[in-house]
Design a protein around this ligand. Sequence first.
Ligand code: DGL
Length: 272
Amino acid sequence: MREIVSETEYDARPIGVFDSGFGGASLLRNALKELPTERFIYYGDNANAPYGDKTEEEILFLAQNAAEFLLHKGVKALVVACNTATSAAIKALRQRLDVPVVSVEPAIKPACEREGDGKVLMLATVATTKLARYRALQARMPDPGRVINVGCSGLVERIEAGVTGDGAFDDILAEKLGGFEGMKVDSIVLGCTHFVFIAPAIRRWALDHFKGECRLVDGNAATARQLGRVLKREGIEARGVPEEPRVRFFTSGDANACRPIFDMLMEIPIYE
Ligand code: DGL
């Protein structure tokens, strides 16, 4: 049940953020910066990652479980920090939950709005590239044929193991992207929140193998801004100095193994 908050009051309840694993921590970092008065509960469904190789029904089921977990913690809003879960489950989540739901999706719009005669390479999970919601988004672009979708399975598993270094993904990138050698690429859309953590590795590989600017784009900052607008619209913003800790981490996996990787990913430099 949503509490009624008058204009002069504020709502100190936390915001729930979930992903199949650690990827959503990249979005959480944007949200922490964008909304300095808010507190967050992060749920990583690490025991079930990756979502990207699962069926739509499986992803829907897991996303609903993750949302339920966070609602039981008393969150005032939910952030789906997983492009794959957005594609499979956002409609059902919005219908079933009585808190506002904000979600990330592949940022092909800003990439396609930039002029250029090169391609927009959209890297995501296999599920995202196939699901109807993403396909419909692509069809709404002025030139849908400019976007090349590549399902990059294998990357998420390595990031889940705490690997992020440049060079550590060259084998998978060569396997998935080698067929486009020499192509002119204006933008590369990181359509999976995990990939944001390996942006330097992706960009270096791309600059070695493609022509064009290969500018990286992701949907995290826009989603964090959207969250701020939704909190305002609903009258559920927090004000003042938030209680510490600002982030509480929960996982369906082994907390002792996952916590240090989460902490590391919350600190490592990302490309911005
Ligand atoms: N991080 C997620 C995304 O944005 C999903 C990765 C996965 O579990 O396959 O798509």
